[in-house]
Design a protein around this ligand. Sequence first.
Ligand SMILES: CSCCC(=O)/C(O)=C/O
Ligand SMILES: [Fe+2]
Length: 177
Amino acid sequence: MEAWYMDDSDADQRLPHKLDPDRPVSLEQLEKIGVFYWKLNADTYESDPELEKIRKENGYSYMDIITIHKDKLPNYEEKLKMFFEEHLHLDDEIRYILEGRAYFDVRDKDDRWIRICMAKGDMITLPAGIYHRFTLDETNYTKAMRLFVGEPVWKAYNRPADDFEIRQKYVNSLRCA
Ligand SMILES: CSCCC(=O)/C(O)=C/O
Ligand SMILES: [Fe+2]
């Protein structure tokens, strides 16, 4: 996993969009905005005790696997467009990359974009209420595990969603961080 502040160019969303000079973002900085990260062995995900432990400790009872590729995902273009709209969810977004690569972009406290480059073995949780978006990189392929506490709710609320209780709760949580 590698993270950095993004430039504001309109070029292809699949490009890295690093600043020049680069402004890397550390795990500690991500934790301050409620983003948590684990590194796992994706080759053994079907029988990995480390993954089992994380699921048990955090109550991630639900899981499925999504393959994001033009030949595998129904309504591929439409879904990618939707994923890249800035949005929030009422619950945490938990993703584990099993193959390929992808970018998760999150807003920092000052509303600046941080790009999180996720590759095989990277697992992340984005807090409920954080504004974020998702895109493939130039390799155009990823396979990811989606986890959830209880029955999954995939509904995304596009920005602006500032009046949502979960958004206010998230914003308030940043004050004490
Ligand atoms: C890798 S899962 C697809 C992206 C997604 O579900 C989402 O909500 C992105 O923010
Ligand atoms: Fe999302």
